[in-house]
Design a protein around this ligand. Sequence first.
Ligand SMILES: *Cc1c(COP(=O)(O)O)cnc(C)c1O
Length: 396
Amino acid sequence: MLSKRAEALKPSPTLAINAKEKALKAQGLDIAGFGAGEPDFDTPEHIKQAAIKAINDNFTRYTPAAGIDPLKDAVIEKFKRDNGLTYKRDEIIISCGGKHALFNLFEAIFQEGDEVLIPVPFWVSYPPMVELTGAKPVLVETEEKEDYQVTGSLLKKYINSKTKGIILNYPSNPAGSVYYRENLEKIGRLAVENNLYIISDEIYEKLTYDDYRHISIASLDKSFKDRTIICHGVSKTYAMTGWRIGYAAGPAHVIKAMSNIQSQSTSNPTSISQMAAIAALNGPQDIIPIMVNEFKKRRDFIISELRSIEGVTCYKPKGAFYAFPNFNAILGKRYKDKTIESSATLTEILLEDFHTAVVPGAEFGKEGYIRLSFATSMDVIKKGLERIKKAVREFR
Ligand SMILES: *Cc1c(COP(=O)(O)O)cnc(C)c1O
């Protein structure tokens, strides 16, 4: 018999689609893959060399569970440099990926009886991770035509005495939406008034476009910082998804609880990867503008192509590397003997009949939408969009 918790848990749908896409490719099929949630760039050379040096120096033993001081110091420097935020070592934890930092955080602050506000569309892992703690995810709808903003008046409707925290993710996965100062200040004040934790997932901070400059909510007011835990990592910024290094910054008592959980579960993140992460944070940053320029070109192309499909609308992402078009106008149409009644059916048809892999919006809480990652080559993007347009022409 499995535990109830495990029985209720399904695997990450994005990782599942990625696996299906890879399996079909391995069968020799020419799949245009928009599933990937990771940069298609290689980890920069100086970062790889730092890891190789760590191995040669035999830096291959256990480290302190919450990470080594030189990496915490590099993270402290990063927050000073990029966000004007000052943290001490006991306010920083290094985890096995940003996802692991979030997991430890939720374990540390949420429990049965608590409610956690999650704006929709959300990153697929937030609701299941909150549920694992026994707390209840409370989904807060946001709208494409309002640039997916949560506002104070909207949040007030959902806040009650059980509300323990709010999860912000900006730039966001899946929509690439962002927050500006004015709205962050309103959300922060509401969190202070209602004694909420602010979980700020800023993993896409460095991947932003146009005039948008990321502002961490913690940097706006000391009373915000005192209740904010920033979750971050090197995966997306430095094309290091496989290295599994994330980090969090927040109040010392929360960080200590997270370290205790980590010390009783995974112990330290990989020693070698920690040395690589120091090189990433302290070393040359030139991969960032290179990636951003490339992603921006692809974004401009993919958004204008998607918007050219009749009935389809799409928010133009200000950050991250995903397009999240609204295909609701296509729902209800037919293809062969199927009615396209959901984003899941649409996704299935696109993959099986048009060899194009996208993620159904329902997984992010938005039925009728699909997510396309543009962390893939321009060739694949062009080919995939041709196929999607062809599919839509064949829907009746
Ligand atoms: C990718 C991602 C993460 C974490 O990635 P890690 O590889 O675990 O660091 C966290 N939040 C969001 C929204 C993401 O897209």
